[in-house]
Design a binder for this molecule. Structure first.
Ligand code: NI
Length: 139
């Protein structure tokens, strides 16, 4: 009997970004990026769902110390992203187009090797609006 259990921590952050490809002209950027290509950027209230998994055995009887998980997310993700301009302020996004997809992948890379031993990152789900989210599973 396997007892793999998934635990999800939900966090919020606010940030601004601009979707823009410098290789395209103004018309193509507007056509592809729409409002997200607005020259001076725009903001989002992002919601981040971090799901980790582990086989739960009698000892210690839980997936992860939720407080420690929260600390990791705060230090390596939220401190870097909250109230920032994603195009300019975030070292780990340097040179990347700030799409929600790329942001989810970058959050995965910030967290996956830093989790406590035995705890695996399962999914980074990132809501750009309450009605649109992306999910990244590490491959
Ligand atoms: Ni946007």
């Amino acid at each position: 009997l396997f007892q793999i259990v998934f635990l999800t921590r939900i966090e919020h952050f606010n940030a601004s970004h601009k979707l823009y490809n410098p290789d395209w002209d103004k018309e193509k950027n507007e056509a592809v990026c729409g409002k997200c290509g607005n020259v001076n950027g725009h903001g989002h209230n992002y919601e981040l769902h971090i799901t980790v998994k582990r086989e739960v055995t009698a000892d210690p009887g839980f997936v992860v110390n939720a407080k420690n998980l929260s600390k990791l997310i705060n230090e390596f993700v939220l401190e870097e992203l909250d109230h920032k301009n994603l195009n300019l302020d975030v070292a780990f996004l340097n040179g990347k187009m700030c799409s929600t997809e790329n942001l989810a992948i970058a959050v995965w890379q910030q967290l996956f090797s830093r989790l406590p031993k035995g705890v695996e990152l399962h999914c980074v789900k990132l809501y750009e609006t309450p009605r649109i989210y992306v999910a990244y599973f590490g491959k």
